[in-house]
Ligand binder design. Structure first.
Ligand SMILES: [Zn+2]
Length: 332
């Protein structure tokens, strides 16, 4: 990510930070908050590398010098990352204590020190309180980034001492544009972008064999269901459910099914630009003609119901079985 890209995705954030860097008026602590996949982590990285880079350009850090590389790999002595330890539910007081110690005693290479706390809302109250003292009396040259998706879980006293930068979700269009530039196939990037607003996650999905397979199985299921329940049921037992063998995958499967009906509805409403399965236009049009928009909406609510059952830990196979039977009935 460079500054130009950040400006495209998060105009306000980019403007504020760039201006502060140019004028050497960075705040001591920034709270980067907003939904997943909106570039908070990359922004903290971009600012940090811009500050430490040996030969930055107008667009940002060079990404090649020793400092850029060490920051990128998490090995710069003056840049400290803190996050909940793997599998841990919280950031502990000891982790914050470690961070403060690093800053207080360690011989450092430059006058500047940056620390970045990921999932800051996961700090224990004790951790937050000890951090509070630290950001109230910052050492000169210290810059803090607190990164969170859940700002309201942080203490008000922490929030009020940081400059809050809010990240907005990427529009579907911006996400699709970015993925198209990456050369990802359109038939995958459309459903991936519809599934998540997280660029990294959407790109990862597009590169996964499983996802391509999932998409084509959902499309098959939709065709079979259109023909008859009798052809759909054996398909879910033999082909479909073995491939969606955990809750997360099944949730993706349900969403992919939902997009099919949403596409049918978009056709009913003449909103062709919103269609996810663009390459299935013939099949969509055929099905649209034999199904009213009310029937389509009913099918969508059945899928959302199934999604809720899945969230309530009902077994994935039974959820799907029940759904397919109900969808089969709803077409008549
Ligand atoms: Zn550099």
């Amino acid at each position: 990510m460079d500054w130009r890209e950040l400006s495209k995705q998060q105009q306000t954030v980019a403007k504020v930070l760039r201006h502060a860097i140019t004028r050497k008026e960075l705040a001591h602590a920034y709270l980067l908050e907003g939904p997943k996949g909106t570039g908070k982590h990359q922004t903290a990285m971009l600012v940090t590398q811009t500050l430490f880079c040996e030969s930055p350009t107008e667009q940002g850090p060079c990404m090649e010098c020793r400092n850029c590389r060490r920051i990128g790999s998490g090995n710069h002595p003056d840049v400290i990352w803190v996050a909940p330890e793997e599998g841990a539910a919280s950031i502990k007081k000891e982790q914050i204590a470690y961070l403060m110690k690093e800053f207080a005693y360690r011989g450092v290479e430059s006058g500047r020190k940056v620390f970045i706390i990921e999932q800051a809302e996961k700090m224990t109250a004790q951790a937050e309180n000890s951090l509070l003292k630290f950001i109230e009396e910052p050492h000169p040259g210290t810059l803090a980034f607190l990164v969170t998706e859940h700002i309201h879980q942080l203490l008000d006293t922490i929030i009020s001492r940081c400059q809050v930068l809010t990240f907005v979700p990427l529009s579907d269009r911006a996400l699709e544009e970015r993925m198209t530039q990456d050369g990802l196939p359109r038939q995958l990037l459309k459903p991936a972008a519809a599934l998540t607003h997280d660029y990294e996650e959407a790109s990862r999905l597009c590169k996964e064999e499983w996802f391509a397979e999932a998409r084509s199985q959902v499309l098959q299921l939709m065709q079979r269901l259109y023909k008859s329940l009798e052809s759909a049921l054996p398909y879910i037992y033999e082909k479909f459910t073995p491939n969606f063998d955990n809750t997360q995958k099944m949730a993706v499967g349900l969403d992919l099914m939902l997009f099919w009906y949403r596409d049918l509805l978009s056709l009913h409403l003449n909103r062709q630009e919103e269609i996810v399965y663009e390459d299935q236009m013939d099949a969509l049009k055929e099905q649209m003609l034999s199904r009213s928009s009310d029937q389509t909406i009913r099918a969508m609510s059945l899928i959302l119901d199934a999604r809720r059952q899945l969230d309530a830990h009902v077994n994935g196979v039974s959820v799907m079985e029940r759904l397919v039977i109900r969808l089969g009935g709803s077409h008549k």
